[in-house]
Write a protein that binds this ligand. Structure first.
Ligand SMILES: *Cc1c(COP(=O)(O)O)cnc(C)c1O
Length: 405
């Protein structure tokens, strides 16, 4: 897996400031209305739907362009929205390990069990990818202050990239978020506002404080570029597996950017001819106390409805009562012939312990939810003997210690 040439940012010099990106603007995924590359747009105010970045993928691009580039998410620069290298705000995010979990694969009769370990990203989660991209693009567009409602990791990541670039971050976080997340945000100089409520309540408070619109709102899918950072997981999975995708990919779904992004990434690679087939069934995992996507799936709907009074869970990132990109999440599940599965906190604890004991990896509660979902789908025969299954461990378990004593 992977590639062994050891180039990094110290021995690789980019020759030009201008990036040869194929980025061609934004599109409303429902109406098809498009916006040029120079228009600063967040989401479609008329239809209340996300805007999605488009690329010109008609002209051929050889995989060889990757050769020798540093192993971080910026190696796919032709397929990213930044046009000027000087605005890239990076802490080395991406190109995380993709590892074989041999013990558990054997025990559960899987062809292969793969773990993409996102917990090693800056600030300990895959949120680094999305916020590195969103902050870089906004910086390029001349924006200098940001706001976000967060279940923890997105706030940490926004704080870090804003600190690095000298920009302002305003973080709205539920009171029940582990203290570590409040601590690292404020240590990195962000303004942290702790709210007695869930992430949707944080969004309401943030919009109230931002009524004049002085801050760039980077709520999940309310701006288009976090998705572009998250899709690099799809590029890496393809590259690390030698351009052959797994049968099943399981993802802990809050706002859904990772699920949607990976699926988008796979299709961009297919358009370029870098992969032939996309056999992957995409699985969304939620908790029993907040499962709007699972309910929509079980009822065959292509949209979810806001979940009232979500229960507290140790998997903070999954306590999202309504995802702005809910229609895109449902579309991904159906298009890929996937599933949506709910998991309880007890099952998360049990799965976390099994994975740690057998494979030596301390999953985040969200990652452990994914492992339980895999066991469950296998035992109900929706994953068959011999299939390849890829799990996303979206964050480091260590930041959640307080939830797990
Ligand atoms: C944010 C988060 C999630 C959910 O990600 P979405 O892209 O919002 O669906 C899952 N796991 C962890 C650790 C997170 O921080």
């Amino acid at each position: 897996m992977g590639n062994n040439s050891h180039s990094n940012e110290f021995n690789y010099t980019y020759s030009k400031v201008k990036i040869n990106t194929r980025y061609s603007g934004l599109i409303n995924h429902e109406t098809g209305k498009s916006y040029s590359i120079d228009e600063v747009q967040s989401y479609c105010k008329e239809t209340n739907e996300p805007l999605v970045a488009q690329y010109d993928l008609e002209q051929p691009l050889n995989k060889g362009v990757l050769q020798g580039r540093p192993f971080n998410m910026w190696r796919y620069e032709e397929l990213l929205p930044i046009t000027d290298r000087r605005f890239v705000v990076t802490l080395g995010e991406g190109f995380t390990p993709l590892m074989k979990m041999k013990q558990l694969a054997q025990q559960y009769s899987l062809g292969s069990l793969l773990l993409k370990e996102e917990g090693v990203n800056p600030t300990g989660s895959f949120k680094a990818r999305g916020l590195s991209m969103a902050v870089s693009k906004a910086y390029e567009l001349g924006i200098d202050s940001f706001a976000i409602p967060t279940a923890g990791n997105a706030g940490s990541a926004l704080s870090a990239y804003c600190a690095k670039a000298g920009l302002e971050a305003n973080i709205y976080m539920p009171k029940l978020t582990p203290k570590m997340f409040q601590l690292d945000c404020s240590i990195m100089g962000a303004n942290v506002c702790v709210i007695d409520g869930n992430i949707s309540d944080c969004g309401v408070a943030m919009r109230r404080d931002n009524a004049e619109g002085k801050w760039w709102d980077v709520t999940t899918l309310k701006e288009p570029f976090r998705l572009e950072g998250k899709k690099t997981m799809g590029f890496e999975i393809a590259e690390q597996l030698n351009w052959k995708l797994p049968d099943v990919l399981i993802y802990p779904t809050g706002g859904g950017t990772g699920l949607i992004g990976i699926w988008k990434g796979f299709h961009e690679l297919q358009k370029l001819g870098w992969i032939d087939e996309i056999p992957t069934r995409m699985v969304a995992v939620q908790t029993t106390g907040c499962d709007p996507i699972v309910r929509a799936f079980e009822e065959g709907r292509n949209f979810s409805v806001p979940y009232e009074d979500p229960d507290v869970t140790i998997a903070n990132g999954l306590r999202v009562p309504h995802a702005f990109g809910h229609k895109l999440i449902m579309k991904t599940i159906y298009e890929s012939d996937g599933y949506a599965v709910r998991v309880s906190d007890d099952q998360i604890r049990d799965a976390l312990r099994e994975f740690a004991g057998q494979e030596g990896i301390f999953l985040s509660p969200e990652g452990a939810a994914v492992w339980h979902a895999a066991r469950h789908l296998k035992s109900t025969n929706r994953i068959k003997d011999g299939e390849s299954v890829l799990l996303l461990n979206t964050g480091s378990g260590y930041k959640y210690a307080e939830n797990l004593w």
